[in-house]
Design a protein around this ligand. Structure first.
Ligand code: PLP
Length: 465
């Protein structure tokens, strides 16, 4: 019998973890030396570890626990569904009530004519579905040579071969022969580090027009779709200049290509509206969702597809599907999560209370000598660490060295804040109160002060030439 429990000494749990558990996105040998922090329970916006420390989770797990931890209603929805129908598939002319109800609810919530849902277990799988969907769409439209998908450098669209190829993370591409064929990347609208002497709006337009240039270079007859996150999340919460999305929207409307908007992070209230698509007035043909769909309580994602695309795809069998597409327990949990988001008016809370207060506090951090810029939309925010506030330049030390040191201080101060290179990011549960945000702010300031002192002591306060 398995005797491993929350009550075991931390060191024993860490040793067992190091012996048998391969962690994602981790140098496992280094982790084995340090020992992973063992999280044992969570409630609201707070995690508890095996030493009894209480940690403020300003990342909502991996950008996903939108309604906060410890909601019994979701546990009950899962238990109810497991007793009634723990599993059935939706292949071969079958269906079940949780999948019907969740697809119906998503069609109601999603803007425009996004009325059809193809389910997956998470965002990577959903983006793999999208590659299949857009290529199949053009085949059925009699244009099978339209296979290329244009994405952006430093985008994140998941970790499967398809998802990581759509993404623009060089470190991922370098490990395993990616991108797969017919996926190309244009530059990102990251003004702070890449804007040079341009003003942000001019730069936003220039970066958007790279889409048009890439379509011209490849030939419109080759391009199937453009995919993008409304705000790049894992890339460092890169908020595009205001000029960026209207220009992309114009180009997509004028050119015969599909637009896939990846809302895996920005969906379900994160930006202060239900979807980032509404925040930026986008007209996607396909929207990717996951994470906040179930607030992370069960693994589920999906592609929400427009009437136009669904009609074409539906003409013949679409040779694609996952064992867990529309899993009844995950679907029941997601439905309960959406009920809570709606009935407790959590999106209104973000718009009216949490996001404005977080923005007020977050922008105060810009006064810190270590901070070059602060950015925030809704409940996702970032700041650039800098050695010299007067220039927009990276540190001389390899990217991420300084960010990692600050992240360590956050961890030590019981604040989960993440670093992406030398940018610090937060994406807290949407239910944060003003009092929670005050704690976040105090711990962030303490961690920045301590990180600043250590970086100075280590002689790392130097800007790259
Ligand atoms: N797309 C975006 C924008 C994401 O941020 C992520 C995960 O962080 C994914 C896709 C992949 O989702 P998953 O990890 O559920 O496969």
């Amino acid at each position: 019998m398995n005797k491993i429990t929350n009550h075991m000494p931390t060191a024993e749990l860490q040793a067992l973890d190091a012996a048998h558990h391969m962690h994602p996105f981790t140098a496992n040998a280094e982790l084995a030396k340090k020992g992973a922090r063992v999280i044992t329970r969570a409630s609201g916006v707070t995690l508890t570890d095996s030493e009894g420390e209480e940690i403020l989770d300003a990342m909502a797990g991996l950008w996903c626990v939108n309604i906060g931890y410890g909601r019994d209603e979701l546990a009950e929805a899962a238990a109810r569904q497991m007793r009634e129908l723990p599993y059935y598939n939706t292949f071969f002319m079958s269906t079940h009530v949780p999948a019907i109800a969740l697809a119906d609810k998503l069609a109601e919530l999603a803007p425009g004519d996004l009325n059809h849902v193809f389910f997956a277990s998470g965002g990577s799988e959903a983006n793999d579905t999208n590659i299949r969907l857009v290529r199949r769409y053009w085949e059925l439209m009699g244009q099978p040579e339209k296979t290329v998908i244009i994405s952006r450098k430093n985008a994140y669209h998941g970790t499967t071969m398809g998802g990581a190829s759509l993404g623009g993370m060089q470190g991922m591409h370098a490990q395993g022969g990616m991108p797969i064929p017919d996926i190309v990347h244009i530059n990102q609208p990251h003004w702070y580090l890449e804007g040079g002497d341009m003003d942000p709006e001019e730069f936003g337009l220039a970066r958007a027009r790279e889409l048009e240039q890439k379509i011209d270079e490849l030939g419109e007859g080759r391009v199937a779709a453009f995919i993008a996150e409304p705000i790049q999340g894992a890339g460092g919460v890169i908020v595009p200049p205001d000029s960026y999305w209207p220009e992309i929207t114009r180009i997509c409307a004028e050119r015969d290509i599909l637009l896939i908007v990846d809302e895996v992070i920005t969906g379900f209230g994160r930006t202060g509206k239900w979807f980032g698509t509404q925040t930026y007035d986008l007209k996607p043909d396909i929207m990717t969702v996951a994470k906040g769909l179930s607030s992370g309580y069960a693994p589920i994602g999906g592609s929400i597809v427009s009437d136009k695309v669904a009609e074409v795809i539906g003409r013949e069998e679409f040779a694609h599907g996952y064992t867990y597409s529309g899993h009844p327990v995950a679907a029941a949990v997601a439905l309960e999560n959406l009920r809570i988001l709606e009935e407790e008016k959590i999106v209104d809370h973000v718009r009216d209370v949490a996001a404005p207060y977080l923005a007020e506090k977050w922008h105060q951090l810009a006064d810190h000598p270590f901070v070059g810029e602060t950015k925030i939309v809704g409940m996702m925010a970032s700041l650039a660490l800098t050695a010299d506030k007067s220039v927009r330049k990276p540190f001389e030390a390899p990217a991420g060295t300084v960010g990692y040191m600050v992240r360590e201080r956050c961890f030590a101060n019981n604040l989960i804040m993440r670093h992406v290179g030398d940018r610090m990011v937060v994406s807290p549960p949407l239910v944060m109160t003003k009092a929670d945000i005050d704690v976040l702010y105090e711990r962030a300031v303490k961690s920045l002060d301590e990180g600043y002192a250590r970086v100075k002591d280590a002689g790392l306060m130097k800007t790259a030439d």
